[in-house]
Every structure is written in structure tokens, then in C-alpha cells.
Design a protein around this ligand. Structure first.
Ligand code: CMP
Length: 134
């Protein structure tokens, strides 16, 4: 079984939408193997989004992702990485297809509701960062 990682972003946790999103994951036959609500500190957020460190939006991204609690979820399914990215939809909600999580819950490129790992290697790295020490 392949593992992947989904993170519910601060504006969704603030709005109490965690349950609806988890329900969608379960209806789409993902198995929840671990779940953690927590707040990133700046150092760990920078590590998590390290691939974007040189991008112009990096400081804003770190400020936003550390602004409140997130929910990190370890998921398992065959072909989990690809299928989760299909369920999540395009990074910019304006371009996300109907039925995707970002179409339903995203409101901007930054407040796009959730993050999903883009490869099995990223999933492993992100899971290690989020669940470190648990
Ligand atoms: P996520 O899948 O969490 O990965 C990095 C995040 O950076 C992305 O979703 C967006 O929310 C955010 N972001 C902000 N600005 C941009 C941009 N110009 N291009 C891509 N991602 C951006």
C-alpha cells in the first residue's frame, strides 16, 4: 500500500471544515493511518516548504502556514499519491475542476484549503517532519 500526506490549512481549521474534508477522504477509500492537529513554528514550516525557499512567495507562505493550527493526515491507499492529487485538484482553486477539494473549499492560490504531497519521496519527507518525535 502506498502512503501519502494531506495537510488541512489554517483557514479550513479555523472554519471548522476538518470533518468534511476527512469525510471526503474516507468516501474516496483512503485509510487514515495517523492524524495530528498542531501549529507550525517558523523553522519547521521553512523545512516543510524548503523546496520553495527561493520563491518570491516563500515569506508569505511561511507567515500564512504558521498563522494557526493545521491538521496533518497520513493516508494509505493503492496509488495514493496520484489519486489524492486528483481529489485535491489544481494548486490555484480558480483552475480546479468541480468535485475537487480545492474547487469546493479553496478561495485563493494561498488559501487553497489543503496541501497534498507531490511524490512518494515528498510524502515520506513531509510525514517525517510532521510526525517527528511522536
Ligand atoms: P501547496 O500545495 O501547499 O504548496 C506550496 C503552496 O504555496 C501552494 O500550495 C500555494 O498555496 C502557495 N503559493 C502561493 N503562491 C504561489 C505561487 N505563485 N505558485 C505556487 N504556489 C503558490
Amino acid at each position: 500500500m502506498e502512503k501519502t500526506f494531506l495537510m488541512i490549512k489554517p483557514e479550513m481549521v479555523e472554519a471548522g471544515k476538518q470533518g468534511e474534508i476527512i469525510d471526503l477522504l474516507i468516501k474516496n477509500r483512503f485509510t487514515v493511518r495517523g492524524m495530528k492537529q498542531f501549529r507550525f513554528d517558523r523553522e519547521r514550516a521553512g523545512e516543510f516548504y524548503g523546496i520553495h525557499r527561493e520563491k518570491p512567495f516563500f515569506p508569505d507562505l511561511v507567515r500564512y502556514i504558521t498563522s494557526g493550527d493545521v491538521v496533518g493526515i497520513e493516508l494509505e491507499r493503492e496509488n495514493a499519491v496520484k489519486l489524492l492529487r486528483e481529489l485535491v485538484g489544481a494548486t490555484d482553486p480558480a483552475g480546479a475542476r468541480p468535485g475537487t477539494i480545492r474547487y469546493m473549499y479553496g478561495s485563493s492560490l494561498q488559501t487553497n484549503a489543503v496541501h497534498a504531497s507531490d511524490s512518494p519521496e515528498s510524502a515520506e519527507k513531509e510525514l517525517a517532519i510532521v510526525f517527528a518525535g511522536d
